[in-house]
Every structure is written in structure tokens, then in C-alpha cells.
Design a binder for this molecule. Sequence first.
Ligand code: 5GP
Ligand code: ZN
Length: 112
Amino acid sequence: MDCIFCKIIKGEIPSTKLYEDDEFIVIKDVNPQAPVHLLAIPKEHFASVAELDDERAVVVGKMIKKLAEIAKEKGLDDGFRIITNKGKHGCQSVAHLHLHLLGGRQLDEKMG
Ligand code: 5GP
Ligand code: ZN
């Protein structure tokens, strides 16, 4: 499948990996929007939160938990943001679900 994140998961495209288990990986974003900008990506390919079922939702919950742990390890004591984009209006550019962790600076108050 022609999916950048599937290729990263298979090791066909290099990435800086901070965490990996059977269900997901955490990597550095190649084009960081904040001093800390990580991506949590499930190993199963599906497009977005619109494709969640109960099983996938459990994995996404684990991804959020892991990102919060990494944020603590990285000393983001003043806070951080975890987001996921969906579709054109959400500015999703890679159609394989992923969560962004952004932190290390004051983020914009406006979410849009
Ligand atoms: P989206 O816009 O879909 O929410 O986020 C996609 C993210 O993937 C972007 O922040 C972009 O910088 C990142 N990205 C795109 N291609 C690569 C890549 O090859 N490696 C890594 N590490 N990140 C990528
Ligand atoms: Zn994929």
C-alpha cells in the first residue's frame, strides 16, 4: 500500500523512533511545529478517527497514555497538546490515523 506511515512502520522509510510495541509506534515528526512534536501511529492501517471501532479505540487510548508519559519524561510540565486531524477541513495530509503531541512552547490559544 502506498502509505508513508505503513512504510515507516515496515522500516522502508527511516524515522526517529521513541517507542514501539505490537500495536503502535511513536516517532519524531519530520517537520516539527513545536520543540517537541511527536506522532503516535497504530500499526494497523486505517484512515482516521472516523474508522474507529471498540478494538481500535482501545489502542488509541493506549497511544494517548503513552504520549502523556513521554511528555512527562520530556519535562513538559507547563502543558502540551494531543490532536488528530481528519479529512480536508481538518487538514489531514496522511490518511493513516495518527496523534500529534505538541509541546515545549506556548501553543496558540486558537485551535482553528
Ligand atoms: P497530518 O497533517 O496528516 O495531521 O499530519 C501528518 C504529519 O506527518 C505532518 O506533521 C508531517 O510533518 C508528518 N510527516 C509526513 N511525512 C513524514 C515522514 O516521512 N516522516 C515523519 N517522521 N513525519 C512525516
Ligand atoms: Zn498506512
